[in-house]
Design a protein around this ligand. Structure first.
Ligand code: ZN
Length: 177
């Protein structure tokens, strides 16, 4: 999914909450008229609801993929897998055995998503970056060094695309009334 290229329609309406829906081609975001008059806040709301909506659409796929990779390589037990708005980390694994993945992975190449999932699954056994942890990761056939490099490159590009996208949102909101 090309997350920065989905056409956005932002519609100010007599309503109380911000909602977003996606019909497969256009993302429709409805915002309260009163909010739409505050341009900066509107951009923040649209930004949040947009990624939340994509996360909800893609979460089942992500869960299925995590399960698949876990069955193939590990067979560990875990609780939940979720997308979170997370700019600093790509993923995390909590001591409660929940796996959290950054919303920046929405639309990322599958090999990168897989690597982050494998990395976090491996933390179910080792909650550190010890030698044993890396041996477990390398044992799956993924090369942590090259994956890390690819993720950094993807992350830099993601950030530029995101800034451009935010500007577009701003222009749409400024033009909306
Ligand atoms: Zn780690």
């Amino acid at each position: 999914m090309k997350v920065f290229e989905i056409p956005l329609r932002i519609v100010p309406e007599e309503r109380k909450t911000v909602t977003a829906s996606f019909d497969g081609s256009v993302c429709l975001i409805r915002i309260p008229i009163i909010l739409s008059r505050q341009k900066k806040r509107s951009v923040e709301y649209v930004d949040r609801i947009y990624w939340k909506m994509l996360g909800q659409i893609l979460e089942p796929k992500l869960k299925a993929r995590t399960n698949e990779l876990n069955c193939t390589f590990f067979g560990f037990e875990y609780q939940k897998v979720r997308y979170h708005r997370q700019f600093r980390r790509w993923g995390s694994c909590s001591s409660l055995r929940n796996i959290n993945l950054s919303h920046r992975l929405i639309g990322a190449p599958q090999s990168l998503v897989d690597y982050v999932i494998i990395h976090e699954l491996a933390h179910l056994k080792f909650l550190d970056h010890s030698r044993a942890f890396w041996e477990l990761v390398v044992g799956t056939g993924y090369d942590p060094r090259s994956c890390r490099k690819e993720i950094q490159q993807y992350g830099s590009k993601w950030y530029l695309d995101y800034q451009r996208w935010l500007n577009e949102v701003k222009l749409i909101i400024e033009g909306s009334n």
